[in-house]
Design a protein around this ligand. Structure first.
Ligand SMILES: [Zn+2]
Length: 311
């Protein structure tokens, strides 16, 4: 039994058919966890879809209506880069509900992980780059509205810049945004995050971790957030089709556990979402995401409480 809850729904699949985004990966992660005995059914929570009230704290009424009625323009679909379907809409509303649930789990148990989400390119009034609804922003606004947290940090390690996150929270002193990404990659225009770590093409484990870990430490010490949202992209992997960095699986696991440890040491709950992953072999993407869950488990077990972790 895991020392925290995983959040999963069998309608997380974005229904993309043959597409570079392997939307079956959510189910494959769930199945690998059960098959390898890493989790049991009791470790999972099943989310409800986020309410429209929750979604509308971040997104415009117009964009929400377009998604719900299927009235996207050709330009909307081109920016979104995935085909529209009612299943897609259900999946992203569930993803937002799932990230809310994972964040509430993190506040209770120290960690909470949603087996989807991290749709960090979504903007208030449009979708982009496979991302229709910004689940992490929805969860942050929900926790703030409930009075559960005041300040949140987003640590985004997807290989692509978190442009939606940066745009949404640009003038908000209650949310600190940190993005580490490949500079020469999508999106072309990168609105400034609180901290942007722009990596050169083909950067390897050592260079990447050498930039990320000190920046995370400094941000946590200075900003002192009440919760950390970890956007744990699998696409900095060296064999990713849409990424141009050269991290190994071991390096990625080290990345995850390092961020988790820094949160844990300071008693900051960590809510994790998956984000991108487009390895030539989908099994590699699935393994990298499963390793993120194992990294959280290992840190939670090694440091059973925040006070113990300080020693
Ligand atoms: Zn990505």
């Amino acid at each position: 039994m895991l020392p925290f809850k995983l959040v999963y729904h069998d309608h997380y699949d974005l229904n993309l058919g043959p597409h570079v985004f392997p939307s079956q990966k959510f189910r494959l992660i769930y199945e690998m966890l059960l098959r390898e005995g890493l989790a049991t059914e009791k470790d999972f929570l099943r989310p409800d879809a986020a309410s429209d009230e929750d979604i509308l704290r971040v997104h415009t009424r117009e964009w929400v209506q377009k998604l719900k009625t299927g009235k996207l323009t050709a330009s909307d679909v081109m920016k979104l880069e995935v085909p529209y379907s009612p299943e897609l809409v259900e999946a992203v509303w569930l993803a937002a509900g799932g990230t809310i649930l994972a964040a509430q789990g993190a506040l209770r148990d120290g960690f909470g992980l949603n087996l989807t989400g991290g749709f960090h390119h979504a903007h208030p009034g449009h979708g982009e780059g496979f991302c229709a609804i910004h689940d992490v922003a929805v969860a942050i606004r929900k926790l703030q509205a409930d009075g559960a947290v005041k300040k949140a940090i987003v640590v985004d390690t997807d290989v692509h810049h978190g442009n939606g996150t940066a745009a949404i929270f640009r003038n908000d002193p209650t949310v600190f945004t940190l993005s580490i990404h490949q500079e020469n990659n999508y999106p072309a225009y990168k609105p400034p995050s609180s901290v942007d770590l722009n990596m050169d093409d083909r950067a390897e484990d050592e260079e990447y971790l050498g930039a990320l870990i000190p920046a995370v430490k400094q941000a946590l010490d200075e900003f002192q957030p009440n919760i950390l949202f970890y956007v744990g992209g699998a696409d900095p992997y060296c064999e990713d089709q849409l990424g141009g960095l050269s991290l190994t699986k071991e390096g990625l696991k080290w990345r995850d556990s390092s961020v988790f440890k820094e949160g844990r040491r300071r008693g900051i709950p960590v809510a994790t979402t998956l984000a991108g992953g487009y390895a030539y072999q989908v099994e590699d993407t699935v393994r990298i995401h499963v390793n993120t869950i194992l990294a959280a488990r290992d840190v939670a077990l090694a440091f059973p409480s925040a006070s113990a972790a300080r020693n």
